[in-house]
Design a protein around this ligand. Structure first.
Ligand code: ZN
Length: 65
């Protein structure tokens, strides 16, 4: 499962960037806590990674951090 790199800020509608690094294997797992920071209002948003599209996530490769 890969969380989106950016999400829409709930407060201001700006772009929130994922600031939580993946684990040693470059992946995220369902249930992980990931943190986003809004580039406009600098609010922090905590999300739990879901496994909704886990079926598609098996072949995902990290984009080369
Ligand atoms: Zn914001």
């Amino acid at each position: 499962m890969r969380p989106p790199a950016t999400i829409d800020c709930i407060d201001c509608g700006g772009r929130c960037h994922l600031i939580t690094p993946p684990d040693d294997t470059g992946r995220f797992f369902a249930g992980d806590l990931v943190v986003y920071r809004c580039e406009d209002c600098l609010d922090r948003w905590d999300l739990i990674v879901s496994d909704e599209d886990d079926a598609q996530g098996d072949g995902w490769e990290p984009p080369g951090f």
